[in-house]
Ligand binder design. Sequence first.
Ligand code: SF4
Length: 151
Amino acid sequence: MKKEKLLISSCLLGELVKYNGSHNKLDETTIEELKSKFELFPFCPEVEGGLPTPRVPCEIISLNPIKVIDKKNNDKTNEFLKGASKALELCKKNHIKKALLKSNSPSCSNQYIYDGTFSSNKIKGVGITVSYLNSINIKIYNEKELNTLLM
Ligand code: SF4
């Protein structure tokens, strides 16, 4: 039987794409279960948008218009938009309807983001890539919602 397709934050699979050069790898059992149920499409919007790893952490400081800066006050909006566009295209091209994306990321979060002050305060909101994927009704899960995804 053909497996359902799933876009997945590549850091959740252990790829060293996180801003600090590390990853957010899920446990092996979970990764095996995901592989058995889904055809995985690993993707890191920030790397695909052209940002290096490691990189200075970024936060969204405005949604209208969208503006993302790094902690050194450099404007990284274009890189975030480019990564989000590429994620959107990948999903459209491959008819992907679900995504498992890392929480709290300015790209990947589906519930909370940092508030743009680089002081660890979180507010309700979604990452730039998630806002693009929401526009074509991709169902987004984060790593704390795995039970629902794997039900
Ligand atoms: Fe992981 Fe997304 Fe951050 Fe890339 S942008 S490191 S995939 S949370």
